[in-house]
Design a protein around this ligand. Sequence first.
Ligand code: GTR
Length: 340
Amino acid sequence: MSAEGGNPWSWAPTRRQALITAVSVALWGCDRAAARPFLSSDTHPEDYPTVAAVREMARLLRERTDGRLDIRIFPGGQLGAERDTLEITTFGGLDMTRVNLAPLNSIEPLTIIPALPFLFRSTHHMRRALDASPGEEILASLAPHDLIGLCFYDSGERSFYTTKRPINSPEDMKGLKIRVPNSDLYVAMIKALGADATPMDLSEVYQALVQGVIDGAENNWPSYETGRHFEPAKYYSLTRHVIAPDVLVMSKTRWDKLSEEDRVIVKTAAKDSVPYMRVLWDKRTEDARTRLLAAGVVANEVGNIKAFSDRMHPVWEKFVITEQQKRIVSEIEAMGEAGA
Ligand code: GTR
């Protein structure tokens, strides 16, 4: 599914080399000790629930191994954009990274599934499905790409925010330039609504909104607040079109060097950080919403969600192609129908 067939990252070797060099410089000195901590990156700041969750995982590792295993976290995007840290993790230049599933969409078709528009009926449905075999299968699908999927973290419900006017119907989207993560699926979703999709990294969105390069974007309440996107884009329209999770991955290079026993300890600590993260996530979402409304954000419920879903659902056909994808999608839908 890659743009350039052989190279799923579709990058020239010089760019890759530059990235690896930049990260090696940033991590200078971390690499010396034989039993150095795992080095982990996150685009979000120190106090964000995903970062706090990896900190909790580190605490569990220390506690369970008398300090032998630990994680050193580089938050705030200091090691680069998500695509960069993912690629570096693939090559073993970084041990762990916490990213959205979107930059993995072109690499592994199963990662597309949780981002299908209107697949999950609720956060509860998403959590149930990803805690069960659909989630396990999607995590396992990363191994052939030199990444070990450790766990999923919540990333909330994504809705649109815009600079000029609220969105009430798909017609309101017509002609708007909407930023999306680097994923063909997201591009297709926006096109299906009659808007123009502009893929870019999260770190560039604020400037692009301020400069009018884009008219809006879409994300959850916490990211909308953390990136200060609400300042240039105060209309937040609750379409809740995607409830895809974030994922914590480990470099297969580092994983392969771990003993069987340590692999279990690492995997278990990651899983155990998930309920902790969910409590933080729910609180952060509620707090962000309250703070943003107080700060003047104009939020609107979208009456006719079906109009959005009718337009966006056809993208499923383009992206759900393999038998394995189809089976997993059916399993997830069945869990939703059973009230999960
Ligand atoms: C956030 C997610 C980030 C990033 C971002 C985006 O919700 O936590 O990892 O992927 O979305 O839109 O780029």
